[in-house]
Design a binder for this molecule. Structure first.
Ligand SMILES: *Cc1c(COP(=O)(O)O)cnc(C)c1O
Length: 324
């Protein structure tokens, strides 16, 4: 059977498949068999989970004749940085509307955004509705100037973006089969829901086989309509009748809130770094990794490293990882 996503337009922005390998020393340290899916691998601009969504959403933008891509995000948004890098690759204008005020010195993802030539507007607010309204005003201005903007949702989490993670599920399943690994659980960080929705779709197309999904929420205030995104993705794939599971997001590792490092997250990040030489960030992947450390494992598990290490080069983020 040809995979259904091959019928949708896609632009190549990164090298796939990303590696899957076993974490021997980390696994020994926590007493579990842990495999890691390396979506943190690849060029610094495109590394991370967002690029899989952008391969589909930016293909649509190009087909619609868009000449500018617009996205909102936090100042250390991985989605904004991946979009900026992808737009540089495609020769598209990239306009970012980011939360808060312009910092004196850009660092981490924001430094990369600037380097990739993105135009950055600071909305002066961290309220998501106000941020969205600010981006609408920027889009109106672009249209008045004769430009054709394409606005991505936050995190690039549209139904079309989720298709990238349906394909990613199949990629993982092939790699697990090649290695003869019967993984029981799949841990990953979740916020805007596109990654989870895509994995749900991939698993549904797979007849429900493969590891159980264990999404780890990083923001208790974001409740994306994951089944809605999943159904939308299935519709795009011509499989509208397929039933989708509503997988609950585990919010027990959020800690004090979005963007605030948790002690168990920081401890897990330091353990992985010291045993394997791999970097997670304290906002997303580190909180999912804390769940891997805390879990009772009945068999092999997969930790999907969704990326985000670029944020640790922002001084206020990196400082949380250093013990004094
Ligand atoms: C955006 C992001 C996530 C969450 O993915 P969603 O599709 O938004 O749920 C996880 N990890 C990292 C590093 C991210 O940047």
């Amino acid at each position: 059977m040809t995979a259904p996503w091959t019928s949708l337009p896609r632009v190549r922005l990164t090298e796939l498949p990303t590696p899957l390998h076993r974490l021997d020393r980390f696994g020994d340290a926590i007493g579990a068999e842990v495999w890691i899916k390396r979506d943190d691998a690849g060029p610094v601009g495109t590394a991370g989970n967002k690029i899989r969504k952008l391969e589909y959403t930016l293909a649509e933008a190009q087909n619609l004749g868009a000449d500018a891509i617009l996205i909102i995000g936090a100042q250390q948004s991985n989605a904004a940085r991946a979009t900026a890098s992808a737009c540089a690759q495609l020769g598209l204008r990239c306009v970012l509307v980011l939360a808060g005020d312009e910092p004196e010195t850009p660092s981490g993802n924001l430094l990369l955004d600037t380097l990739f030539g993105a135009e950055v507007h600071f909305a002066g607010t961290t309220d998501w509705i106000e941020l969205w309204q600010a981006s609408q005003r920027v889009a109106d201005t672009l249209r008045e100037e004769g430009s054709t903007p394409y606005a991505l949702p936050a995190g690039s989490s549209s139904a079309l973006g989720a298709v990238g993670f349906a394909a990613a599920w199949a990629e993982l399943r092939d790699q697990l089969a090649e290695r003869g690994v019967d993984a029981r659980t799949l841990f990953h960080a979740a916020s805007s829901g596109g990654t989870l929705a895509g994995l749900v779709v991939g698993k549904a197309i797979d007849g429900g086989a493969g590891p159980e999904l264990h999404p780890i929420g990083v923001d208790a205030h974001i409740t994306p309509d994951v089944p809605g995104l999943a159904r939308g993705a299935l519709e795009l794939l011509g499989m509208a009748g397929t039933a989708v599971d509503d997988v609950p997001v585990d919010l027990s590792f959020v800690g004090e809130g979005y963007g605030i490092p948790s002690p168990e997250g920081v401890e897990a990040i330091r353990l992985l770094a010291r045993t394997e030489g791999i970097v997670c960030d304290p906002i997303y992947s580190g909180k999912a990794l804390a769940a891997v450390v805390a879990a009772e494992h009945a068999g092999p598990c997969v930790f999907w490293h969704t990326g985000g290490y670029q944020a640790v080069f922002a001084p206020h983020v990196g400082a949380a990882l250093i013990s004094r």
